[in-house]
Design a protein around this ligand. Structure first.
Ligand SMILES: [Fe+2]
Length: 359
């Protein structure tokens, strides 16, 4: 186990929400076909080096930057902060943590102004910005609305070896925990954390890291996700569907996981719940509950636990990956381990409808 991360004496920056991710792709045209032609994200701007994409309801310049490069990886997990001064606060906060920081008054990408990027204590490239170019919000452009329309950026998911260490760091940074997965020995396998009033802006998944597990876009309804599956089948790219569609236990969201041409994992997500009250209850799932990751009890494919994208340092080089030394969720739940369950004495099934006891 690594040492805990100290709490800085200066205030944490006031983070509003996850705002965009910058990913490096090895073939810009191939990635454009996936994100624009298949998924229907909207192009704000593009050139020979990068494509700036946004979801239908977004009013800031972009939610996803595809940047051409030699190694598929993530260059930035970017958060919007509440005011220009909060960018100063972020810089001071990470400096006190002893992290490498880089400030650019003109931004790191098109469309975004004064920002700071940091190599955070977990090894992730985080960015904080306020100043951003506004663009047309396409909410009522129903002429552009596709059957599988992606309407918002919902969250990031990060792989890190020591989940409690990461959780404490993100709680100091002002995130609140909505749900987690533990076992009876107190091992934490994953945690979901939010700033906006949804289940999460980012989640930590236990595994070899730092790596990016997925970035998630929201649709309005379940049927939008079914349409994406049907379209990928029609295009004969069903092999890029990795997991789902299904209903999560954690977050309650309806979900689909797909892989882009560089194997960056994208989640399509809808119908989680409101978490904005200060006393929003935290839900803890037993790692052996077969319905935690899929409410219908469908097994999680092993690749979902093992595969993830590299992340870059501020020089653009991949960060070294550290192995998780605690037990892994895949090892304790995939296959016949004899310890997982669908029904227990106190499984939360509705009173008077204990069907499980009859089957
Ligand atoms: Fe997710």
């Amino acid at each position: 186990m690594s040492h805990s991360i100290p709490t800085p004496s200066v205030p944490a920056p006031d983070i509003v929400r996850c705002a965009y991710m910058e990913i490096v792709v090895t073939d810009l045209a191939r990635s454009r076909a996936f994100y624009v032609d298949v998924l229907g994200l909207h192009v704000t701007e593009e050139d020979d080096e990068a494509i700036y994409l946004r979801s239908l309801e977004e009013f800031i310049h972009h939610n996803l930057v595809l940047r051409k490069g030699p190694v598929a990886a993530v260059a930035a997990f970017a958060y919007r902060v509440r005011s220009p001064e909060e960018v100063d606060a972020a810089e001071a906060y990470y400096r006190e943590l002893g992290c490498r920081t880089e400030r650019r008054s003109t931004g790191f990408t098109k469309g975004i102004g004064d920002s700071v990027r940091v190599e955070d204590p977990l090894g992730f490239p985080y960015e904080f910005f306020y100043d951003v170019e506004h663009v047309e919000r396409l909410t009522q452009r129903y002429d552009l609305y596709s059957a599988g329309e992606l309407v918002r950026l919902d969250h990031f998911n990060q792989v890190t070896p020591d989940v409690p260490r990461g959780r404490a760091y993100l709680e100091d940074l002002g995130f609140r925990v909505s749900e987690d997965i533990q076992d009876s020995d107190g091992v934490t396998y994953a945690v979901w954390m939010h700033r906006k009033q949804t289940v999460h802006d980012t989640a930590l998944t236990g595994g070899d890291g730092p790596r990016m597990h997925h970035v998630a876009f929201a649709t309005h309804e379940k049927h939008n996700i079914i349409q994406i599956c049907d379209k990928m089948g029609a295009l004969r790219i069903s092999d890029r569907i990795e997991r789902g569609p299904g209903r999560h236990g954690v977050s309650n969201a309806f979900y689909l996981y797909i892989l882009d041409p560089d194997d960056h994992r994208i989640e399509i997500y809808t119908q989680d719940y409101y978490t904005g009250d200060p006393d929003n209850p935290t839900i803890t799932w037993d790692v052996h509950d077969n319905q935690r990751r899929d409410w219908w009890g469908n097994a999680v494919v092993p690749s979902w636990y093992t595969e993830a994208s590299l992340v870059l340092d501020l020089d653009g080089n991949p960060q070294a990956v550290t192995e998780r030394d605690e037990r892994s969720e895949m090892a304790v739940t995939v296959g016949a381990d004899g310890f997982s369950y669908t029904r227990s004495d106190d499984d939360g099934s509705p009173e008077g409808f204990k069907l499980g006891s009859q089957l």
